[in-house]
Design a protein around this ligand. Sequence first.
Ligand code: GDP
Ligand code: IMO
Ligand code: MG
Length: 434
Amino acid sequence: MANLIVLGAQWGDEGKGKIVDLFSDRFDMVVRYQGGHNAGHTVYIGEKKFVLKLIPSGILRPGVKAVIGNGVVVDPAALMQEIEAMEAAGVDVRGQLLISNRAHVIFPFHRMVEKVSESREDRVAIGTTARGIGPCYEDKIGRRGIRMADLVSPQGFERLYRILSEDKMTLASAFRVSETIDFDKILEQYKQYTEKLRPLVCDTATFVNSAIRAGKNVLFEGAQGTMLDIDHGTYPFVTSSNASAGGACSGSGVAPTKIHGIIGVSKAYITRVGAGPFPSEIEGPQGDQIRQAGNEFGSVTGRPRRCGWFDVPLLKYTATINGFDSMIITKLDVLDDLTEIPVCVGYKVNGVTVTDMPATNEEAAKIEPVYEVLPGWNTKTKGITSLDQIPSKAMDYLKFLESQTGVEVGCVSNGPERNETIIVPGSTLARLLG
Ligand code: GDP
Ligand code: IMO
Ligand code: MG
């Protein structure tokens, strides 16, 4: 067995939650390393639907530790809500969940800052999830943030909170924010969360490293996707953390030498929520058809997801950034009714092939996608449980993605349920999963 990172190879919502939940019974713990409750990882177990935002998807497996790493930003109100919902569903949250003492804390005024920034007339809105994620990371990088260790410290918290809230009051008056913020009320609320969260807060880097030394297996669960990574994504239309594989190490305190495999999760097509370039976006009724077939509506904000065709140059790019050992193709079943399936196999700008991912949105907007059209299989793949039952044209499609991207398809998902997943026998992924 091995320590694996499972992360998004596109713009998020690739089905990471389903995959992490499925794999987690083979692991001792699942660690989230970045993002916050902007993530929405949907897991179906029979009739039951769980949408995990902050808590790692491993929590749904009894006995598996679920660790919120130092790279995550935590909104205590959102976390408390999620804990209560999980407890109501019979999950032993208090026996399984740990929160890093170095994770930064989101406050309501972070959402205020985000609102100001998103509504400025001189800027194109990013279309964020409005959860205060970016402004919290701003305070972290600005070295004025408040961490879980501070929150649970009886002496330190109020002093740090007063300093930070003074900053925000100055900002609110500079931007003529009309909304009134009751800083004292927030302080009191947060003190209440503290009492409940304190027993779960610890040095998770030490905990995870000790477990690794003791021979335990760790699964790192990415949130968002590589194209939303603050450094490697379509900046500024990105989130504010490192969703790519490198983030797993800095966001958990586990060294790269302890990671044995990196697995990219990708849909058989592609989606994006929020603004920003999207070369293979499908305009018009066909996009609507895929949105309906794939139920492509955001699990956090309910926004319709923009849909597009599988993008090979993008996948090659994210495979390079992350060093994928294997790729998991999800939502194959969503394409079941199509007679033809275009795949974006190249980018051109002014008729000239480009091989590098453009760094600016101006350049990205000029991309003319080059398509190769593959025949659809027009047969139901949902319910199929072994590779040899997959229709030959669907296999050809998967083989095409594999050969074009240069990354093996180690697993295929053909429905939201745990049993609607086929691990390819003999693949690197199968070997890594032991
Ligand atoms: P995540 O953020 O990467 O965990 O993905 P989301 O949960 O936001 O979105 C993926 C959605 O697709 C969820 O509603 C899943 O239940 C669903 N899903 C995952 N895999 C499959 C699949 O293979 N087929 C279908 N039809 N739905 C899937
Ligand atoms: P999961 O983990 C899809 C997008 C937002 C917006 C941009 C910045 O479920 O895949 P933020 O609130 O993070 O500052 O918003 O990032 N975004 C996601 N899109 N899936 C997600 O998470 C996302 N988390 C953030 O829509 O475009
Ligand atoms: Mg999601």
